[in-house]
Ligand binder design. Structure first.
Ligand SMILES: Nc1ncnc2c1ncn2[C@@H]1O[C@H](COP(=O)(O)OP(=O)(O)O)[C@@H](O)[C@H]1O
Ligand SMILES: [Mg+2]
Length: 270
C-alpha cells in the first residue's frame, strides 16, 4: 500500500494521564500519528504500554488530556451526541473478548439485523435483509441458517468473533479498530480472522488499526507499524522495514521474543 493515500486519522501530541497527585499514570504520552486510507496499521507493544488507552481515545470513548485528533484531514469534534453518533458510523471496533461486547440474552442473528437497520435498511423487504445477512455470514465462513435462533453461549469464541466481523462487513465503517481480536480464540479461528481483516481492506478499502502485543502477527497483516513503549511510539514505519531492520532496542527485544514461524519468514533469525 502506498503512503500516499489520503489521511484518514491523524493526531498530534495525543496524551492521556490517569489519576492525580502521587498516583498519576501517563498512559499515552504526546504521540503523533498519521494513518492513511486503506492501510492496515499495527500498534505493537507489551501489556501496559498504553495500546488500549490510545485506541479508546481514537474511538472517542475517553477524552484526551492533551492533543488533537483529525479525521479525514479536519479536526475531530465530539462535543454533542449527534457528532458522536455520526463519528461512530465511520469508526467501529472489535475487542479481545467478543462475548463482553454483546448482550447475552439476545439471539445472535438479531445483532446482524441491527446493523442493517443502523445503515438505513429498516424499510428493506425481509427477503433482502436475509440475503444481506447470508452474504455477511459467508464472508466470515459462517452459515446464516445455523445461527438463527441461537444465543451467544451456544457459539465458540472463534465463531462469535467472526460474527463480530460479519457485523463490520454490514456496517462498512471507514475505520475498523481491532484490539487484540485474536488473543482469545483458537489457532484456526485466528488465521481466519486475520484473513478476514485483509479481505475487508482489499474489498471495502477499510482502514484497519490492529492492536497487538505480537509483532509476528503485525508483520503478517500490516502495511505500517507503530511500536509503543511506556505510552510513546519509539519506532514507526513500513512494516517490513521496521521488523526486518529494527532500530530501537525495544523493537529488537520484541522480535527476539517471537518464538514462532510466520509463513515463510522465520522472525527468530532476523
Ligand atoms: N482507567 C484507568 N485508570 C488508571 N490507570 C489506567 C486506566 N486504564 C489504564 N490505566 C493504566 O495505563 C497504562 C496503560 O494501560 P493500557 O492502555 O490498558 O495498556 P495495554 O492495552 O497496552 O495493555 C497502564 O499502566 C494501566 O494501568
Ligand atoms: Mg490492552
Amino acid at each position: 500500500m502506498s503512503e500516499l493515500g489520503a489521511s484518514c486519522l491523524s493526531g498530534r501530541g495525543v496524551t492521556k494521564v490517569f489519576g492525580i497527585g502521587k498516583t498519576v499514570t501517563v498512559a499515552v504520552d504526546h504521540v503523533d500519528f498519521d494513518f492513511r486510507e486503506g492501510q492496515i496499521i499495527s500498534i505493537v507493544g507489551e501489556s501496559g504500554s498504553g495500546k488500549t488507552t490510545f485506541s479508546k481515545m481514537l474511538l472517542g470513548l475517553i477524552s484526551m488530556t492533551e492533543g488533537e485528533i483529525s479525521f479525514q484531514g479536519k479536526p475531530r469534534v465530539l462535543k454533542t451526541c449527534a457528532q458522536k453518533r455520526k463519528y461512530w458510523k465511520d469508526i467501529q471496533a472489535i475487542f479481545q473478548d467478543p462475548f463482553a461486547s454483546y448482550n447475552s440474552f439476545r439471539k445472535v442473528d438479531s445483532v446482524l439485523l441491527d446493523c442493517i437497520n443502523m445503515r438505513d435498511g429498516k424499510a428493506l423487504p425481509q427477503k433482502k435483509k436475509e440475503e444481506m445477512m447470508t452474504e455477511a455470514c459467508s464472508f466470515v465462513n459462517l452459515k446464516y441458517e445455523e445461527l438463527t435462533n441461537k444465543y451467544p453461549f451456544e457459539l465458540s469464541g472463534g465463531q462469535m468473533q467472526r460474527l463480530m466481523i460479519a457485523r463490520i462487513f454490514l456496517l462498512k465503517p471507514k475505520i475498523l479498530l481491532a484490539d487484540e481480536p485474536t488473543s482469545m480464540v483458537d489457532a484456526c479461528s485466528r488465521a481466519t480472522i486475520l484473513d478476514m481483516l485483509l479481505k475487508l481492506r482489499s474489498e471495502v478499502n477499510m482502514t484497519i488499526i490492529f492492536i497487538t502485543h505480537d509483532i509476528g502477527l503485525a508483520y503478517y497483516v500490516s502495511d505500517q507499524v507503530y511500536i509503543m513503549e511506556h505510552g510513546k511510539f519509539v519506532e514507526r514505519g513500513n512494516a517490513e522495514n521496521v521488523i526486518l531492520h529494527p532500530q530501537a532496542e525495544y523493537t529488537k527485544r520484541l522480535i527476539s521474543d517471537v518464538p514462532k514461524i510466520y509463513g515463510n519468514w522465520d522472525l527468530t533469525t532476523v
